[in-house]
Structures are given as structure tokens and as C-alpha cells.
Design a protein around this ligand. Structure first.
Ligand SMILES: Cc1cc2nc3c(=O)[nH]c(=O)nc-3n(C[C@H](O)[C@H](O)[C@H](O)COP(=O)(O)O)c2cc1C
Length: 175
């Protein structure tokens, strides 16, 4: 798929998945896209876990606790920890965000659907997911992404008009 097509086709998917298994090789390629992402001071703070064992994916979805996620045959998790690298700043959130977008686009490229789930797992659910997967205590599960082949159409959400958000050669100056 052309990159620009993947960018425009990517939409958060919160509907049932087909039960088709997801090959480890596909997950590896998706995670390689995550590993390739930029990171502040090249500190590469993000870690990644792919899950293609349907039972394990189901257990993660039980922790997340949404019916649509229970149908996902696979999942991806992004792990992080604070790491001060430049002028007292930690760029770990920027790092895993850049990696997450690469992963979302790579998933679309392979015909899969997913959603960046962060706010809804922060805290106890993230800890439970980490414990299930043997994540060391000093790392936090930042993002959970159920993954699979979408079983339904996904029209997506409305976005603000381009003209209201992006300009050329100065704020408010239209293209
Ligand atoms: C930082 C961040 C946190 C998010 N957390 C959640 C979440 O916890 N649950 C969820 O369903 N979607 C979550 N999303 C997905 C957004 O809701 C979604 O991207 C937004 O509604 C726009 O829709 P789109 O992804 O289809 O463009 C999150 C997205 C971002 C960038």
C-alpha cells in the first residue's frame, strides 16, 4: 500500500474482528516499523510486545473489558519508562507516540485494524497487562492495541476541515 493511502485509511477500529490467526512474521514486521521510529536523543526508550496467541490476546482484552476487543486474535503493547536525556527532559512519551503511529500505519498496510488504547488502561489495567506478559516492574504498559482483520466497515470519526488547522506561509493563511 502507498504510504499516503495508509495514512488516510488508518482509523481507530472498535468493532469485531475476524477470527483469522495473525502470523508471527506479520507482527514482527509491524514491530520493526515501531523500532524504526525516531526517538529523542536516539534513546530508543520504547519496548514492544506482540501477542498472536489468541488465548493471551483474549486475556488482555478481558483486562481491557470491551466486548469488541474480545474478538481480537492478536495484540500489540508498547512499554515505556521515564528517561531523562536532554536538559532535564524525558522524551519517553514522544518516543512511544512516534513508534505507535508507525505501528498503526504498518498494521493498516497489512490489512489489519487496531486502535491506540492508552487512557482507558492507564493505571491498574496497564499493570495487570504487564503482569500477564511478565513485563519488568520498572516498565509501564503505555499502549494496548488489539489487532486483527476487521469484520465490519469502519467509517471513522469526523475531522475538522483542513483549512481550520493547516496553513501556508503564516498562521491563518490558506493554501
Ligand atoms: C494519546 C492517545 C490516547 C488514546 N487513548 C484511547 C483509549 O484509551 N481508548 C480508545 O478507544 N481510543 C484511544 N485513542 C484513540 C483516539 O480516540 C482516536 O485516535 C481519535 O478518536 C481519532 O480517531 P481516529 O484514530 O480514527 O483518527 C487514543 C489516542 C491517542 C493519540
Amino acid at each position: 500500500m502507498e504510504l499516503m493511502n495508509a495514512i488516510h485509511e488508518r482509523k481507530s477500529y472498535r468493532k469485531p474482528y475476524k477470527p483469522d490467526p495473525i502470523p508471527a512474521e506479520s507482527i514482527k514486521e509491524i514491530l520493526e516499523a515501531g523500532v524504526a521510529a525516531p526517538s529523542g536523543c536516539n534513546q530508543q526508550t520504547t519496548r514492544f510486545i506482540g501477542v498472536n496467541d489468541p488465548e493471551l490476546a483474549h486475556k488482555l482484552a478481558e483486562i481491557y473489558d470491551k466486548p469488541w476487543a474480545l474478538t481480537a486474535p492478536a495484540a500489540i503493547l508498547l512499554l515505556t519508562k521515564e528517561h531523562v536525556s536532554y536538559r532535564g527532559n524525558s522524551y519517553h512519551i514522544h518516543d512511544y507516540s512516534a513508534a505507535a503511529e508507525n505501528i498503526l500505519l504498518a498494521a493498516v498496510d497489512k490489512g489489519y485494524a487496531t486502535t491506540w488504547i492508552e487512557g482507558q488502561i492507564e493505571g491498574e489495567k496497564a499493570r495487570q497487562m504487564g503482569d500477564l506478559l511478565g513485563v519488568p516492574q520498572d516498565l509501564t504498559v503505555a499502549i494496548y492495541m488489539p489487532l486483527g482483520i476487521p469484520a465490519e466497515e469502519n467509517p471513522g470519526v469526523a475531522k475538522m476541515p483542513f483549512e481550520d488547522r493547516a496553513w501556508l506561509n503564516g498562521y491563518g493563511k490558506s493554501f
